[in-house]
Design a protein around this ligand. Structure first.
Ligand code: GDP
Ligand code: GDP
Length: 449
């Protein structure tokens, strides 16, 4: 599985993400206060001391039923000596990463030389820029703020981030400037969760399905309000009805002559695509084969949740166990996140562990990390372990958002391409922090356009 993609590197193109609004400006003009206003919670840290790196940078914001990601750029250039250059650079990075730039000026001070440095950069860019005259706490300052027209960024939006004055109009202006938000919550059709039970011939798929359906007298004909494909089976497992997809194909495959493997594989692929979670059944009495690996890859590449079940555990003795442990270490190293269950379709051993594992995998598959929480964690991570320096330079990780679920997809914004190894490191740490057991994760990197 190739995890890294640059701007448009993935097969499906770049992950659609919420529009990004970057808030840019000198220290102390009120960026954090404004961001707090946008997210409607007193959650962001307001820092009075210039030069203090903030620990939170990006948040989910909602206004009039639309959502966007708001980025507080305050911590990006923490200790530059040349203020004007630093702020221009901050604006430049913001322009690269954002769909809209909100440029904040302190209306009680007016435009300073440092502001002018940023404005030159912003005006040269093609990005929409909204000029905010902040600290317009009263009419007098608001009138004063009209002089900021001279900056050439259009009409100044007079706002008091502290008191809320004008912030509704500003949010309307932002929404008018950003592209329509992509629909990111795909509504799952109601009904039983769909499971693909896959494995090479003779691993015990039909035996396991028979065990599951026999044991609980649990094959059901229908579930109210849903239509189920006739080739599928509804089976109660662990007190819940599951839709096992293409079990007809599974029965047909039993005792099939060789030579049809290609079509069997196409059918397996289709079953995986139709499912939300796959149980890949392996025969623990035999070595993990290339065919097993292909099935696992199919599931991961299809982006489905995964449970690995080692069947025929009744045949495993101490000797075999020793070799199997070595094989697992070697062959399944690339998917340490998948749950492994040792079952026996013959004796019924541990078959009751399947349902909980499926539920965990599906919960991970649909897990969403709020942007604020994600970035609080990410900022600490990249501070503790920055990207390695290559040729005297290191790309800076700026912020990240979760672009979608099922499977979870993340987009990291950075000032340059990230090493594949560093992205893997981030994924490992992300899993340590947030779990995602049983689900693949997709991480892509967005850099300068
Ligand atoms: P940042 O460095 O640009 O993020 O600025 P902060 O949000 O940390 O704000 C700097 C200072 O300005 C804080 O003391 C805020 O309380 C204050 N401030 C922010 N917005 C307003 C405002 O609209 N009116 C007034 N009077 N003060 C504000
Ligand atoms: P399928 O081709 O994957 O559907 O596999 P089957 O369910 O037809 O099983 C293939 C063979 O393995 C049959 O002879 C089964 O009796 C046997 N088998 C299935 N599960 C187990 C198990 O848990 N333990 C043992 N010892 N044999 C099993």
């Amino acid at each position: 599985m190739e995890w890294v993609e640059d701007v448009v590197g993935s097969e499906d193109g770049p992950a659609p993400i919420n529009p990004v609004v970057a808030v840019v400006g000198r220290p102390n003009v009120g960026k954090s206060t404004l961001v707090n206003r946008f997210i409607g919670r007193r959650q962001a840290v307001v820092e009075d001391k210039p030069g203090v790196t903030r620990d939170r940078v990006a948040y989910d914001a909602y206004w009039n039923g639309r959502q966007f990601t708001v980025v507080d750029t305050g911590g990006w250039i923490p200790d530059a000596k040349d203020r004007a250059a630093a702020i221009a650079r901050q604006a430049e990075i913001a322009v690269d990463t954002a769909d809209v730039v909100v440029f904040v000026v302190d209306a009680t001070v007016g435009a300073t030389d440092v502001d002018e440095a940023a404005v030159r950069m912003l005006r040269a860019s093609r990005k929409p820029v909204i000029l905010v005259a902040n600290k317009a706490d009263n009419n007098a300052i608001e009138i004063e703020a009209t002089s900021l027209w001279s900056l050439g960024l259009g009409e100044p939006q007079a706002v008091s981030a502290l008191h809320g004055r004008g912030s509704g109009d500003l949010l309307d202006a932002i929404l008018a400037a950003i592209p329509e938000a992509p629909v990111i919550v795909e509504d799952r059709p109601r009904g039983p969760r769909r499971v693909a039970l896959v494995g090479r011939p003779n691993v015990g798929k039909s035996s396991l399905l028979n065990k599951l359906s026999g044991e609980e007298r649990s094959v059901v004909d229908s579930v109210a309000g849903t239509t189920v494909d006739p080739v599928d089976s509804l089976v109660t497992v662990g007190g819940e009805v599951w839709q096992f997809v293409d079990t007809a194909g599974l029965r047909k495959r039993a005792g099939q002559a060789s030579g049809t493997e290609y079509f069997a594989s196409l059918r397996t692929q289709a079953a995986i695509e139709a499912a939300e979670v796959a149980i890949v059944l392996l025969d623990s009495s035999e070595v993990i084969s290339e065919q097993d690996q292909r099935l696992l890859t199919m599931v991961v590449e299809a982006g489905r949740a995964l449970v690995i079940a080692f069947n025929k555990w009744d045949l495993v003795d101490a000797d075999r166990r020793w070799y199997l442990d070595k094989e697992i270490e070697r062959e399944l190293k690339r998917i340490p996140w998948a749950a492994r269950i040792n079952v026996s379709a013959r004796t019924g051993r541990a078959v009751d562990k399947l349902a909980p594992a499926l539920r965990t995998a599906l919960a991970s598959w649909e897990q969403r990390i709020p942007t604020g929480q994600l970035n609080q964690w990410l900022t600490a991570l990249v501070q503790a372990t920055p990207h390695p320096v290559r040729g005297g330079k290191a790309p800076r990780v700026l912020f990240a958002t979760q672009a979608g679920v099922a499977p979870p997809r993340f987009v990291i914004f950075s000032t340059g391409p990230l090493d594949a190894g560093y992205v893997r490191f981030v994924e490992r740490k992300l899993r340590e922090e947030f779990g995602f057991e049983g689900s693949p994760i997709d991480i892509s990197v967005r850099t300068r356009r």
